[in-house]
Design a protein around this ligand. Structure first.
Ligand SMILES: [Cu+2]
Length: 181
């Protein structure tokens, strides 16, 4: 148990300085608040293609659900999930995503992601898209976060390279090769 000693000592020092106990031992993370901690948007390869958004949310003291992500500077934003079924990539609209207590929710390439249509040109030029994340706690708490906008990736850019235009809400199955046309 030797390795723990220095840490306990550091905690005692923190407590003594009357700052906060939240960084100490088993209390680690207890003071963590629900928050969007990172996120970015990858533009579509052409203007008619949707952009894709990825981000990370840290959970707070109680479990909540993310029920929507919106932006005043985009025509439409949807939550999707990519799943592979029988060798085919299936894109399914996602209505809610759980954020575990003190856990995290990650939207990343190849998994849950945002599809964003019609991003305002001024936002693209500014290089960031202000978004609102809506959660189930506190009568739909909204957390605002500016997503950094990145240019389109190459042909192997995951969701960004997939043809979401053909999906159009219907969760159509998209063959992996269809993205390369
Ligand atoms: Cu999608």
């Amino acid at each position: 148990m030797k390795p723990f000693a220095p840490r306990l000592f550091a905690c005692a020092a923190l407590a003594a300085s009357a700052l906060t106990l939240t960084a100490c031992g088993e209390n680690l993370g207890k003071g963590q608040q629900l928050n969007v901690v990172s996120g970015h948007v990858v533009m579509g390869a052409t203007p008619d293609r949707p952009a894709v958004g990825y981000f990370r949310v840290e959970g707070g003291p109680v479990p909540v659900e993310l029920v929507a992500v919106t932006s005043d500077l985009a025509q439409r934003v949807e939550m999707h999930e990519s799943v592979r079924e029988n060798g085919m990539m299936t894109m399914k609209p996602l209505l809610r995503a759980a954020v575990p207590e003190k856990g995290e929710l990650v939207f990343k390439q190849g998994g849950k992601h945002l599809m964003i249509w019609g991003i305002n040109g001024a936002a693209v030029r500014a290089g960031k898209l202000p978004m609102a994340f809506v959660f189930t706690n506190n009568a739909n708490e909204r957390i605002l976060f500016d997503m950094v906008i990145k240019p389109a990736e190459g042909a192997a850019g995951g969701e960004a390279a997939m043809d979401h235009g053909a999906m159009d809400h219907a969760a159509d199955k998209v063959a992996p090769d269809a993205a390369k046309k």
